[in-house]
Design a protein around this ligand. Structure first.
Ligand code: CA
Length: 336
């Protein structure tokens, strides 16, 4: 039996109707001795049935999911659903308010903090609560990410923890229901078992997510993809009626993200000149980028190639780069 979280919920997850309030994370600091960090939460319930948990603001600078869940929180009518929908639109609230990937309070990256710690930093306490209090309530968890400040994605739905042995069939079915223009499967995502997806795997709860867009902004196309997918997952679970399903504007293209050869990293510090764009098909060995040196502009730039063929799924946005920054990653088309 794991220790109880110290976070106190203002909403009752077992009650019918629509409630909104805060998860109170008590945070005793110089300016507020008995204060709490108010993490917004919405629960919409109508009788027995499946539970869907939607999370956004896991990374605070990823905005599409935060907007989509705010819209859903206002629009979703409890009388039209069967079961329960839990919305956590700003999971790492201090990071979301700061518009940063990590929390300004403790530099915590929530999606590298699972399973968390009930007596740890603010970010570790949030992770612990999500893993031990929310995930066990859910039949499906959808974690809405994007590329954040430094990356831009081809708007995509994503299935982490994919296994080619057939055990991922329920995840593939949910990914298909999402009806994104692009959807990708990945066996091990960047954060591994320290992510919310890792928490779901430990609990045996189905999880999927998005990499909606990014670059520190919201595009209409990416937001539409997220909002369509959220409704379609509720239909898929039987929480909303079939008549609410939203068709994809184009058939979904399925991609797979493999190992290290799918990624391109900056080999030096400097100014990065991309030689490919999102959505482009590239070949192994094709130039991906050149790194220039503004302090010695007469020096030859360093060329960095793609190490695999594929479609450019993700691209770094800021021009200045440091050795080790991810510049691109690819996906390869796959039948699912
Ligand atoms: Ca993210």
């Amino acid at each position: 039996m794991p220790a109880a979280s110290r976070i106190v919920s203002e909403v009752d997850f077992t009650r019918d109707g629509k409630q909104h309030g805060y998860l109170r994370l008590f945070h005793s600091v110089h300016a507020s001795a008995y204060g709490f960090i108010p993490i917004p939460v919405v629960v919409i319930r109508n009788g027995e049935g499946p539970t869907a948990l939607f999370v956004a603001g896991n990374h605070g600078d990823e905005y599409e999911g935060q907007v989509a869940l705010a819209n859903l929180a206002r629009r979703l009518d409890p009388a039209r659903i069967r079961g329960r929908v839990i919305l956590l639109p700003a999971a790492n609230l201090p990071a979301a308010v700061a518009g940063r990937r990590t929390s300004p309070l403790d530099e915590g990256n929530l999606n590298r903090s699972f399973p968390g710690d009930p007596d740890g930093t603010v970010t570790q306490q949030i992770a612990y609560y999500i893993e031990h209090a929310l995930v066990p309530l859910a039949d499906l968890v959808c974690d809405l990410h994007s590329g954040g400040s430094s990356l831009m994605y081809l708007p995509s739905a994503q299935l982490p923890g994919y296994r080619p042995d057939g055990s991922s069939a329920p995840g593939i079915a949910a990914l298909k229901a999402f009806a994104a223009e692009n959807a990708y499967i990945v066996e091990a995502n960047q954060g591994g078992d320290r992510t919310l997806a890792g928490a779901c795997a430990r609990a045996g709860v189905l999880s999927l997510g998005t990499e909606a867009g990014g670059a520190g902004h919201v595009t209409a196309v990416a937001l539409r993809m997220v909002e369509r997918g959220v409704v379609n997952l509720l239909v898929h679970l039987g929480i909303l009626p079939e008549s609410d399903r939203i068709a994809a504007p184009t058939p979904t293209r399925y991609l797979e993200v493999g190992g290290a050869e799918y990624y391109v990293y900056a080999p030096d510090n400097g100014l990065y000149e991309p030689l490919a764009e999102l959505g482009e098909s590239v070949m192994s060995g094709q130039p991906a980028a050149r790194i220039h040196f503004p302090e010695t502009p007469w020096a030859e730039p360093v060329m960095v190639p793609f190490l695999h063929k594929g479609i450019v799924l993700c691209k770094r946005m800021p021009g200045r780069t440091m050795r080790g920054d991810c510049l691109f990653h690819l996906g390869t088309e796959v039948a699912v």
